[in-house]
Design a protein around this ligand. Structure first.
Ligand code: ADE
Length: 227
């Protein structure tokens, strides 16, 4: 899978995309992430990519021309399955969208900044608008990092134990069960006996029970959605 990201702040994406799981996905050749500085397509030698908004008001708007030049140049090299714009008024990102996007071959992500991008880009180029939650960030970069991480780890072969993504919270509309490691007794706080029983069937049943209990207590809406 290949993901291209257009941004005015490539530095913000360097660290999250080049460590841990994302680094592994890329070094295994399972994921390619290319970050493009929008200023490469700036309208003048000052690197201008934004301008005042029509109608007045504080805050700059990212201009059509640099974005169109960037999108068209990148699109000449490959067909994108989706052109994603990160914005607080987009569809709220969740595991279902992550699953769907992880099946794509090429994605183009546009990070907004300032007041956002000119509406005409959204109308004519963007195919999916995604928000990572009901709060406003100063730009789309952190959202893009969240998307790439959530999508990237679902690509087969990225996680060591391929099945482990299947048991993540949300994969079955359930939160993940509690987990424990050694020692079995820490300050008198004991690991549930069943996990020490060595009976995989019982352990599985216990985990499912705990998942359902946790989901009912913390996110009852998730259980209702299933019905
Ligand atoms: N840009 C600014 N806020 C955002 C959010 N909540 N999600 C995605 N992109 C954003």
């Amino acid at each position: 899978m290949r993901i291209d990201i257009i941004t005015v702040l490539p530095e913000l994406l360097e660290s999250p995309l080049n460590h841990s799981m994302m680094k592994r996905a890329q070094s295994k050749g399972l994921l390619e992430v290319h970050v493009h500085n929008l200023r490469k397509w700036a309208v003048n030698e000052y690197g201008q990519v934004d301008d005042y908004q029509y109608g007045g008001g504080a805050g700059m708007v990212m201009m059509c021309q640099p974005l169109v030049n960037a999108i068209e140049e990148l699109s000449e090299q490959r067909n994108y399955d989706d052109v994603i714009y990160l914005t607080p008024d987009g569809q709220t990102f969740d595991q279902k969208i992550a699953n769907y996007l992880s099946l794509m071959g090429n994605l183009l992500i546009i990070c907004g900044h300032y007041k956002g991008i000119d509406e005409r880009i959204r109308e004519h180029f963007v195919t999916k608008e995604i928000s990572i939650g009901d709060y406003v960030l100063s730009g789309g970069e952190l959202g893009a990092a969240v998307l790439v991480d959530a999508i990237g780890r679902l690509i087969p072969g990225v996680l060591n134990d391929e099945t482990s993504a299947l048991f993540d919270s949300f994969q079955d509309n359930l939160l993940a069960p509690p987990v424990y490691t050694r020692p079995a007794d820490f300050r008198g706080w004991k690991v549930p006996d069943i996990l020490l029983s060595g009976d995989p069937k019982k352990v599985d049943e216990w985990r499912t029970e705990q998942s359902v209990k946790r989901t009912r207590e913390r996110r009852p809406g998730m259980l209702q959605n299933e019905e």
